[in-house]
Design a protein around this ligand. Structure first.
Ligand SMILES: [Zn+2]
Length: 391
C-alpha cells in the first residue's frame, strides 16, 4: 500500500490573487514540478487528484450569506456591480488588497476545501496514514470574513465534517505557519474535541495580531487552545526546541485520533512577509517530529496542509524537506537539472542547486537577545497553560 497521498491538481494554479500579490501560483508550480521529478515514481507516494465540494457543505463553517456573496463576486457577469463590491468589502472582507475579488474565485476556493476534505476522508478510511495537500490550510478565514489571502476555511469545514461523520474523534490541529492560525483557533475555542496548537511570530509584530498564550479557550474548551507567540528573528535551534519541549507531552496527554498539520513555510528566513530566521533544517525536523507523533497514535493519521510561504524558492525547498521527512524517505540534496531548467524557462526563477540551506550565521549578541526575550515568552506560556497541561 502507498502510505503517503500527495493531493494536487493544476487547477490550483488558478488561485492567483494578482500579479503583485504574494499568493502567486509560481510557488505551487515550482513545488509540484520538484515533486514530480523526484517523488512521483517512489513506492511510498501516490499522487491524487482532489474533488471539489458541493457549496452546501460549506455551510457547516460559513454563513449562507457569505457563501452567496462569494458566488456573486466570483461570477464575471455579476461581479462588476459597485454595490455588490462595496458590500463585499464592508460586510465580508472580500475585495481588500489581501483578499481581492477575482473571476471564478468561489470555484477554486471550493476546490481547496474539497481537497482537504477528501484527504481527511481518505485518512479516516485508512487509505493513507499521511497526506499532504499542497494548496490548503487557509487558516485565517472565519464564518463571515475573508482574511489573510483566505476565503473559505478548508480546515474548519473538514474538522466539522469529519466530526459529524466520525463522532467522538479527537483532533489535534498543529499550526506551524509563520502566522497565527486564528480562524481555526477561534472556531473551536469552546470545543474540547479539537485541540489547537499554534506557534507563530507574535501578533505584537505581525498579522493577524492575535492568538497570545493567555487565549486558552472558553467554557468546555478551556485549556484546548494553545498559542505560542514567538519573538521575531527566532532561529532554527530555538524554534525546534520550543516545539520539542511542548508539543510531544501535550500530544501524549491528549491522545488524538487525528493530527491535522498546517505546515506553512513562511517562517523561512527568505520569505518576504515575516521576520523568523528558519531554514530547511527546521522544516525537515518538523516533518520528523510530526511523523513521530503520528507513529505514537494507535492508528497513525496525519493530514498535512501546505499553508503559507511566498518566496517560490524557499517554498519549494521547505515543502520538499517537510514532505520527505514526514514520509520518512531520504531526501535528495541536489536539485535535478531538469527542474532547474524548467523553473528558469517557464517561471523565470533561478533555483539553487542545493535543496538544503546552509545554517544562517547570527551574532552571539543578537542570539542572546532573542533567547532572553524567548525566556520571558516561555515563562508566560507556562504560567498560562500549566493549569491544563504538564510539560
Ligand atoms: Zn502564513
Amino acid at each position: 500500500m502507498k502510505k503517503f497521498g500527495l493531493f494536487y491538481t493544476d487547477e490550483y494554479l488558478k488561485y492567483s490573487l494578482g500579479p503583485l500579490h504574494p499568493m502567486n501560483p509560481k510557488r505551487i508550480a515550482a513545488s509540484i514540478s520538484l515533486l514530480n521529478y523526484t517523488l512521483r515514481d517512489q513506492d511510498e507516494f501516490a499522487l491524487i487528484a482532489p474533488n471539489t465540494v458541493d457549496p452546501s457543505v460549506l455551510e457547516i463553517a460559513h454563513s449562507v450569506e457569505y457563501i452567496e456573496t462569494m458566488k456573486k463576486l466570483s461570477n464575471p457577469e455579476t461581479n462588476s456591480s459597485s454595490e455588490l463590491r462595496d458590500k463585499g468589502i464592508a460586510d465580508y472582507g472580500i475585495g481588500t488588497s489581501d483578499c481581492p475579488v477575482f473571476d471564478h474565485m468561489a470555484e477554486v476556493a471550493e476546490l481547496i476545501v474539497g481537497s482537504t476534505l477528501k484527504a481527511g476522508e481518505e485518512i479516516m478510511k485508512g487509505t493513507f496514514s499521511k497526506t499532504f495537500v499542497m494548496l490548503a490550510g487557509l487558516h485565517h478565514a472565519s464564518r463571515e470574513r475573508a482574511s489573510g489571502f483566505c476565503y473559505y476555511n478548508d480546515i474548519n469545514v473538514t474538522i466539522h465534517r469529519l466530526k459529524k461523520l466520525h463522532p467522538g474523534t479527537k483532533i489535534l490541529y498543529v499550526d506551524t505557519d509563520l502566522h497565527a492560525g486564528d480562524g481555526v483557533n477561534y472556531e473551536f475555542f469552546r470545543d474540547p474535541e479539537v485541540l489547537t496548537f499554534s506557534i507563530h511570530e507574535s501578533g505584537k509584530y505581525l498579522f493577524p495580531g492575535n492568538c497570545f498564550s493567555n487565549e486558552v479557550g472558553l467554557k468546555e474548551g478551556e485549556g484546548y487552545a494553545i498559542n505560542f507567540p514567538t519573538f521575531p528573528f527566532t532561529y532554527d535551534e530555538l524554534y525546534v526546541e520550543l516545539l520539542e519541549n511542548y508539543l510531544p507531552p501535550i500530544t501524549e496527554s491528549y491522545n488524538p485520533d487525528l493530527i491535522i498539520w498546517q505546515a506553512g513555510v513562511d517562517g523561512h528566513a527568505d520569505d518576504p512577509l515575516g521576520h523568523l530566521m528558519l531554514t530547511t533544517e527546521t522544516y525537515s525536523k518538523l516533518g520528523l517530529l510530526i511523523a513521530k507523533l503520528g507513529e505514537q497514535m494507535d492508528t497513525p493519521k496525519v493530514l498535512s496542509l501546505g499553508g503559507g510561504g511566498y518566496n517560490p524558492i524557499s517554498v519549494a525547498k521547505s515543502w520538499f524537506a517537510e514532505i520527505n521527512s514526514l514520509a520518512g524517505v531520504d531526501q535528495l540534496k541536489v536539485a535535478p537539472n531538469e527542474w532547474i531548467d524548467k523553473c528558469r524557462n517557464e517561471l523565470d526563477i533561478e533555483m539553487p542547486k542545493n535543496l538544503l540551506d546552509e545554517p544562517i550565521q547570527m551574532h552571539k549578541k543578537e542570539k542572546d537577545e532573542i533567547l532572553d526575550e524567548t525566556e520571558d515568552l516561555k515563562a508566560e506560556f507556562e504560567k498560562n497553560l500549566s493549569p491544563y497541561w504538564s510539560f
